[in-house]
Design a protein around this ligand. Structure first.
Ligand SMILES: Cc1ncc(C[n+]2csc(CCOP(=O)(O)OP(=O)(O)O)c2C)c(N)n1
Length: 380
């Protein structure tokens, strides 16, 4: 038989040991982001939960505005506003049990305070003070992470360890669309799926990584599709629909708690403000785009649903606004007090056992401070 005849007769068969590891079809995200508000599904949502979400969204929006104002007054070094993304922030916090863990990024202050962290302590890092500012163990909230995606392997490690110990803990880790390009994102998702760790990954796709639009970040059909490559379900949700985000995250948390493994949730949302107070967003995007997203505002969507169904009246709207004003007033007053800082704290908690160099530097600073504290003329 000639080679050509052999080729003609060749029937490809898979290598003997090969079979698909899992059926990819159930892992695929839906074609459209999941929505609840303004659809028939809204009737099934718990009215109490919707009202709670609403109150937190209104407070969150006011907190964002106040924190941004504090940067202009020199009271806060930097603030990455989550205006427009409040539904993701609040749903992520409310969906967890007290004994679960939240792993936020620098943009997620609202999720952190909605989980119970003191609103001023949550800003410590962004104020330029030392360390995290709050005790991560008190409310089970990891430090706000500035290095992109590094919080994700931490979340996986904690969740996996908890499972090994038999603790009923779920970790919810938040990351931006830009963060999905980091190696840490890949490593975290891979480990989580291989170990079936009880983790929920929430990607807030807000359109930009500073000035870099999503189109330059990935060629994937959606960020949720990335889940399939790791062997976990990917879910797409309207990130401005608080009821939908809560429902999708709640299902993912239940699945993780029951031993079903991790889920990747991509919430489609929009960063209405600039990246931080140090950014000029008009240099890379137009007003028309921002305006279009403002028409799909998370607070308006929920308020319309609640008032339309008689679950919220004008007095309720006013009460939520008043609560938000009280929070903002307290934030203003407390942030306008100069924090009492001890420069020697610089050396605390760097290492369990300070290095000789650190000890030497500590003594240098102590001597400098003591010399400064001496009364005028005493040094001459
Ligand atoms: C490892 C790392 N690389 C680069 C940066 C600089 N940086 C800070 S924010 C940012 C954009 C992140 O965008 P995205 O993940 O979409 O989150 P968003 O700010 O939109 O919430 C970059 C590149 C960083 N903080 N960490």
């Amino acid at each position: 038989m000639t080679v050509t005849e052999q080729r003609g007769a060749y029937r490809p068969t898979p290598p003997p040991a090969w079979q698909p590891r899992t059926d990819p079809v159930p892992l695929l995200p839906d074609a459209e982001p999941y929505r609840v508000l303004g659809t028939e599904k809204a009737a099934e949502a718990d009215p109490e939960l919707l009202r709670r979400l609403y109150a937190e969204l209104v407070k969150g929006r006011r907190y964002n505005a106040q924190a941004t104002a504090l940067t202009k007054q020199g009271r806060l070094a930097v603030y990455p506003s989550s205006t427009g993304q409040e539904a993701c922030e609040v749903a992520a916090a409310l969906v967890l049990e007290e004994h679960d863990w939240l792993f936020p990024s620098y943009r997620d202050t609202l999720a952190v305070i909605a989980r119970g962290v003191d609103p001023v302590e949550a800003l410590t890092l962004l104020r330029g003070d030392w360390h995290t500012g709050y005790d991560p163990h008190e409310h089970r909230v990891a430090p706000l992470s500035t290095p992109l995606a590094t919080q994700l392997p931490h979340a996986v490690g904690l969740a996996h360890a908890a499972r090994l110990k038999g603790d009923d803990v779920v970790a919810l880790a938040m990351v931006g669309d830009g963060g999905t390009s980091e190696g840490d994102f890949h490593e975290a998702l891979n480990f989580a799926a291989v170990w079936q760790a009880p983790v929920v990954f929430l990607v807030q796709n807000n359109g930009f990584a500073i000035s870099v639009p999503l189109a330059k970040q990935t060629a994937a059909p959606s960020l949720a599709h990335k889940a399939v490559g790791y062997g976990m379900p990917g879910r797409l949700v309207d990130g401005n629909d608080a009821a939908a985000v809560h429902e999708v995250l709640a299902a993912a948390v239940r699945r993780a708690r029951a031993g079903g493994g991790p889920t990747l949730v991509e919430a489609i949302t929009y960063r209405v403000e600039a990246h931080t107070n140090a950014d000029d967003a008009t240099r890379y995007r137009g007003d028309a785009e921002v305006e279009a997203w403002k028409q799909h505002d998370p607070i308006v969507l929920l308020e319309r649903e609640l008032t339309g169904r008689g679950l919220l009246d004008e007095a309720g709207v006013e009460a939520a606004r008043q609560d938000a004003e009280t929070l903002a007033a307290s934030l203003r007053a407390r942030m306008n007090e100069d924090p009492a800082l001890d420069p020697m704290d610089l050396f605390t908690h760097v290492y369990a056992e300070p290095t000789p160099q650190l000890l030497e530097q500590r003594e240098q600073l102590r001597a400098e401070l003591a010399a400064e504290a001496e009364p005028e003329g005493a040094q001459r």
